[in-house]
Design a protein around this ligand. Sequence first.
Ligand SMILES: O=C(O)CCC(=O)N[C@@H](CCC(=O)O)C(=O)O
Ligand SMILES: [Zn+2]
Length: 335
Amino acid sequence: MFSPHKDFLAHTLANAGAEHSASHSILSAGTEVTFLDTGIIRFEPNTAATTSLVISCGVHGNETAPIEIVNKIISDLLDEEQKCTQRVLFIFGNPLAMVAGERFVDINMNRLFCGDWQHNDLTLPEVKRAAKLEAYVANFFAEEPVTVTQRLHCDCHTAIRESARQKFAVYPFVEGRELPQSQQDFLAQAQVNTVLLQRKPANTFSSFTSLKQQAESFTLELGKARPFGENNLREFTGIDNTLRKLIAGEPLPTCMEGAVEAFEVCHEVNRSSEAWQFFIADDVANFTEFKTGALIEQDGEREYRVGDAPEYIVFPNPKVPVGHRAGLMLKKVGL
Ligand SMILES: O=C(O)CCC(=O)N[C@@H](CCC(=O)O)C(=O)O
Ligand SMILES: [Zn+2]
């Protein structure tokens, strides 16, 4: 049985892979705390909440800074040092990978959402976990009271490479949707001054909540991935304070025009076969600019070169399995 005043991260790591039945407790201010499963805990105030907020991290087990930040928010909520006026579901996505200190154990969990877990080996822990996460999130939203007017999801990550823009957000594609002012305000407040607009549907966790659960969601890239204990948590005060404001129900100020700069995906680099070649060096940082004509990838007759305007690369990773995304090419756009 989970005792809510223990360290939730320590509890998650000690119970990674174990199944739990739900247990409840009520804090003195009346907030109901439900421990749903390993690494999954829900807070529901007994006042009329207007927001359902999902905060996830550790979908990749080696991206530890957001896990440490979120763990402290959870412990402050449990100790009633953090005000809670909104519904919040916290998720440590992949506890087994967190224990291993790896991005994933068998399969990249952030390519299994929007039901794609169904097309994979259902005996693999990451496949089972993605299915469960979808169900927990769907139930969380389905159970919201009528007072709730907005659904938000922040899926917090850190990146493999250094980045010319240290913090950035990925905004999932939903047909006809544009980034609203409220979400620009959120990003600016969190000191995430760059947003990458996806132009087609994906199978990431944030795409699931955007496409299937009508949430405003982001994948947030908050710095570089480092092992537990090696993060400089002062670099994360923007997101820490902003998540705390959302949980407390405090309004966020309207940001200045230009506070958030936008890029859109103009090409998805794909490791299309074993013969595929990638022309980006291992030390190239995210958001490095490439000039017209630069060769990015080639597979037989198929090649991709930068078009008429400069392009920028993010998530370059040639070590993905065949058929997976090996990077994104971006163009600067207005909001
Ligand atoms: O640094 C990298 O190459 C990967 C960092 C990371 O995990 N990024 C996410 C982005 C998800 C999205 O596109 O919304 C991922 O690759 O899963
Ligand atoms: Zn990640």
